[in-house]
Ligand binder design. Structure first.
Ligand SMILES: Cc1cc2nc3c(=O)[nH]c(=O)nc-3n(C[C@H](O)[C@H](O)[C@H](O)COP(=O)(O)O)c2cc1C
Length: 206
């Protein structure tokens, strides 16, 4: 069993990384492997809606999105972490997730892969960023893993997060809850429901 963790911050050892490391350590302690992908320090362009992926099963831009797609396919869960930028997730993470989810629409079965958002802010705007990331899960038949508070830490540098004891506790509980859900879902894998996909209702006229 394995979880993909994604850091949407340009700071490889910043606050988001610190929060993700707490989740990863908890998962590892419970027998779940983790694999980290850093996207915040990459140049990641947004989706251009060219629909190349519909035909070719991968994004037209051959970068970290296409590299991550096979990892996404094999893991049981994901944790997407981001610093809060103007009350949103980072642009890099949003571009990455738009293209990852859109380009793998028919190539990666996401049903019952569990997902969690983790956000780090200095002061405010965390819950809107948190909501934004959770939207990728709830359109993909992915159960959202919750904790004992919204999954957030506070700080400007990683050292600040060390003092956010409740934030780190929230991360550990998130890791425990994610490990439990992954094991529970794995135990009944044969019963995972197939999703009806026939209807695609768009109210446009030619
Ligand atoms: C462009 C930019 C916008 C930011 N916007 C916010 C914000 O809306 N609210 C907030 O509390 N902090 C904001 N911050 C601060 C970061 O969210 C905060 O320091 C975060 O913990 C950094 O995480 P990191 O170390 O993983 O990069 C912003 C920082 C930058 C660079």
């Amino acid at each position: 069993m394995k979880v993909l963790t994604v850091n949407g911050s340009p700071h490889l050892h910043g606050c988001t990384d610190r929060a993700l490391r707490e989740v990863e350590a908890t998962l590892n302690g419970l027998g779940i492997d983790t694999v980290r992908v850093n996207v915040g320090n990459k140049e990641i362009r947004g989706c251009i809606a060219c629909n190349y992926c519909r035909e070719h099963g991968k994004c037209v831009f051959n970068d970290i999105v296409n590299d991550t797609a096979p990892v996404f396919a094999e893991v049981d869960g994901v944790v997407f972490g981001s610093p809060v930028y103007y009350a949103n997730a980072s642009g890099q993470l949003r571009s990455f997730l738009d293209r990852l989810f859109y380009s793998t629409m028919s190539t990666v079965n996401k049903t019952m892969k569990v997902g969690a958002a983790v956000v780090s802010s200095r002061r405010a705007g965390s819950t809107t960023a948190f909501d934004e990331i959770n939207k990728y899960f709830t359109i993909s038949a992915m159960p959202v893993v919750s904790s004992t508070y919204w999954n957030e830490v506070h700080g400007f540098v990683a050292e600040d997060v060390e003092k956010d004891l409740e934030g780190l506790q929230t991360m550990r509980n998130l890791g425990r809850n994610m490990a439990f859900l992954i094991k529970a879902i794995n135990a009944i894998k044969a019963d995972i429901p197939t999703q009806e996909r026939g209807s695609f209702t768009s109210f446009h006229t030619e």
